[in-house]
Write a protein that binds this ligand. Structure first.
Ligand code: DOR
Length: 437
């Protein structure tokens, strides 16, 4: 039995349009009241005046690395990092070892997520066996497993064979499941270390052209239209892809898209000193692309912000760019980057940021009880101080990896409290100690 009364915060819920100063009462895992003059008997009062009370964030794109690379991240450590970042749900990507392409593996990941107990761990299944893009994974089995998989992707690789895409989309329609693509034409991207442009030419590095992403987006949008399958475009990074999604939505194609905090915050300038932590797939692009991502998030062309949290071991990142694996961590910096680079410059307001980080991703995944603050619903709640300034400090992060180029930078906006199904998982910015690994 537990009860908490959050008093005096700005309660923002994009799902209902609520944006007002109100108290929130959480009792035994459920939001039992939002407003004033609530029945607060026995509740622990937490003063959150000056802070925002929001639905817990939902990350559509987290690399948990378990099974296989538990030295880089585990489901427990990813859950702790997620809670610290204000998330109450994450979607675990299938590029583990073994790959999550069968009921056995997705159920294992799902069970470990339940055991960690800090966030809801949804599991994404692979589209193809071993992410090879050739033989379909055990999709029906994964849908019907305890993990109830709804989103399928070969993330980390684009699926190269158009016929495979068509057949898989046709199959997914029967389950109302989502085909999620990492748009990258392998031949065009071959050997690329960063975005192909003036910067890559100046640095003498082989680039990945914007067209490597856009050609695959064109193909998948056409096939989604043909098959009626729900398509989700992962981590879109170019102005051209934003425009393709905008046009496809206007035509009624069932497509959603996500963008990462690093693609709305950074450009290929970050590779200037050959920093391996700035190497990511798709690559950081130009200022024009970054601005298009921001505009797409503001007008809703891009539905969701997703971290693409991709932990890598120091010994692998700390080598020449050519040999360093792509990816950066992002769960603990997503809110700060959103407030610092989207809200403070005036590109979008806090309610829209919360929609992109909580309400829209919950809707895409069909997650009941996430992404909204409703009386009678599960208490998945994040409280953050939008004005708090902090430095990204590698010594206080919860992920097992530290690969991000934003270490040492100042961000604005900090998570103060998180409640996951009513359990106080983050208190005054600290993850519940019994949950730490
Ligand atoms: O940079 C990336 N790293 N992009 C991906 O799509 C995969 C990810 C990883 O798994 O490291």
């Amino acid at each position: 039995m537990s009860a908490f009364l959050l008093t005096g915060g700005r309660v923002i819920d994009p799902a209902t349009g609520r944006d007002e100063t109100a108290d929130v009462l959480i009792r035994d895992g459920v939001i039992t009241g939002i407003g004033k003059r609530l029945d607060t008997k026995g509740a622990e009062t937490i003063d959150v005046a000056g802070a925002v009370v929001s639905p817990g964030f939902v990350d559509l794109h987290t690399h948990v690395r378990e099974p296989g690379r538990e030295d880089e991240e585990t489901i427990a450590s990813a859950s702790a990092a997620a809670a610290a970042g204000g998330f109450t749900a994450i979607c675990a990507m299938p590029n583990t070892d073994p790959v999550a392409d069968s009921a056995a593996v997705v159920e294992k990941v799902w069970a470990l997520g339940r055991e960690a107990g800090l966030v809801e761990v949804m599991v994404a299944g692979a589209l193809s066996k071993n992410l090879e893009g050739k033989k379909m994974a055990d999709i029906g089995e994964m849908v019907r497993s305890f993990a109830r998989v709804r989103l399928f992707t070969d993330d980390g690789h684009g699926v190269q064979d158009a016929l495979f895409v068509r057949r898989t989309m046709e199959y997914l329609v029967a389950f109302d499941a989502i085909y999620a693509e990492h748009c990258e034409d392998a031949a065009l991207a071959e050997g690329g270390q960063m975005h192909e442009g003036e910067r890559s030419a100046a640095l003498g590095l082989r680039g990945i052209p914007a067209e490597a992403e856009e050609l695959m987006a064109v193909r998948d949008l056409a096939l989604a239209k043909l098959t009626g399958c729900r398509l989700h475009l992962l981590h879109i990074s170019t102005a051209g892809t934003v425009e393709l999604v905008r046009r496809a939505k206007a035509e009624g194609v069932t497509v959603t898209a996500e963008a990462t905090p690093h693609h709305f915050s950074l450009t290929d300038d970050a590779l200037g000193d050959y920093d391996p932590n700035a190497k990511v797939n798709p690559p950081l692009r130009t200022e024009e692309d970054r601005a298009a991502i921001v505009a797409g998030l503001a007008d809703g062309t891009i539905d969701a912000i997703a971290t693409d949290h991709a932990p890598h071991a120091d010994h692998e990142k700390d080598q020449e760019l050519l040999y360093a694996p792509p990816g950066m961590i992002g769960l603990e910096t997503a809110l700060g980057l959103g407030i610092t680079n989207l809200v403070e410059p005036g590109h979008l307001g806090l309610p829209v940021l919360i929609d992109r980080m909580a309400t829209a991703p919950a809707r895409i995944l069909g997650l009941a009880g996430q992404g909204s603050l409703v009386e009678g619903g599960p208490a998945n709640v994040t409280v953050f101080d939008p004005a708090a300034k902090w430095i990204v400090d590698p010594t206080t992060m919860h992920s097992k990896s530290r690969n991000t180029p934003v270490l040492g930078t100042e961000l604005h906006g900090k998570v103060v409290h998180v409640f996951f199904r009513g359990t106080h998982t983050v208190t005054d910015g600290r993850v519940a100690s019994e949950a730490l690994v």
